[in-house]
Design a protein around this ligand. Structure first.
Ligand SMILES: Cc1cc2nc3c(=O)[nH]c(=O)nc-3n(C[C@H](O)[C@H](O)[C@H](O)COP(=O)(O)OP(=O)(O)OC[C@H]3O[C@@H](n4cnc5c(N)ncnc54)[C@H](O)[C@@H]3O)c2cc1C
Length: 230
């Protein structure tokens, strides 16, 4: 995981009111280190050479309006434009952001919550833990591909956290699919994010097999194995 702190006067006026919101990050083109602002072609943002602009979605982990700083936690993995950029970024490098995209509205009537995700969901899970009422019982399950991804999560008095290490060769999200399949009861509030195919299996379990009302659970695909984000 690379923690990136963006700063600049351009952050003036940015407001993020909900946890687990998103921002879009425009990266420099792969063959250059200077940012190129793309044009809207009608259905996508393109660079002057016609290539699709490298834009990726991240959770604004922390916004500090007084310092005009925005912190992102970016998972470092094999062969990704954002991952490559984040692992070699240096002070002074330029990116652009747009947003925020809508976050998650906590159900204040839910006495217990289940938060489930992989490393890409850690920033959102951390934010949710910061805003739950102290009396809400929260169970967290996080899948990590590498033990070093285990972060200290914000303290919450009624939370239990389980870390699941993904075995080599296992499909991403498979430990989380097993967690959901093994639940005896589903808590009143549910927030889940991770790899698209695994969250699809989780949706099937919760909504089709258990008949959970869709309004009770937010289940989001944050990335897709084998496909670059657009
Ligand atoms: C609302 C929202 C919030 C998000 N918040 C965060 C966040 O806070 N931190 C974060 O790191 N990600 C977050 N993501 C996920 C992130 O947008 C994707 O992981 C994105 O694909 C990363 O871009 P990339 O350029 O590194 O890889 P891409 O160029 O998009 O993908 C290249 C290859 O890498 C693979 N890949 C992509 N992501 C991963 C991964 N995490 N692990 C292993 N392989 C991967 C793809 O399958 C593809 O084969 C969020 C996504 C959404 C929709």
């Amino acid at each position: 995981m690379a923690r990136i702190v963006l700063s600049g006067d351009e952050l003036e006026g940015l407001e993020i009111d909900e946890p687990a919101a998103s921002v879009r990050l425009l990266l420099p083109p792969p063959d250059g280190d200077r940012l190129v602002i793309p044009a809207w072609s009608g259905n996508q943002f393109v660079l002057p050479d016609g290539d699709r602009a490298p834009i990726r979605t991240f959770t604004p982990r922390r916004l500090d309006p007084s310092e005009r700083e925005l912190t992102l936690d970016i998972v470092v993995h094999e062969g990704g434009a954002a991952s490559d950029w984040a692992s070699s970024a240096a002070e002074g490098d330029e990116v652009a952001i747009s947003g925020p995209g809508r976050g998650y509205e906590i159900d204040p009537t839910a006495s217990d919550y289940l938060l489930v995700g992989d490393e890409t969901a850690l920033a959102a899970i951390a934010q949710l833990l910061e805003v739950f009422a102290p009396t809400t019982q929260v169970t967290v399950h996080v899948e990590i591909a590498d033990p070093s991804a285990r972060l200290e999560l914000p303290p919450h008095p009624a939370t239990t956290v389980a870390w699941h290490e993904l075995g080599e060769g296992s499909a991403p999200g498979s430990t989380l699919v097993d967690v959901i399949a093994g639940l005896e009861e589903v808590p009143a509030g549910v927030w889940i994010a991770g790899e698209a195919a695994s969250v699809q299996k989780i949706r099937k379990n919760l909504f089709d097999e258990r008949g959970l009302a869709r309004a009770r659970a937010t289940v989001r695909g944050y990335w897709k194995l084998g496909r670059a984000a657009t």
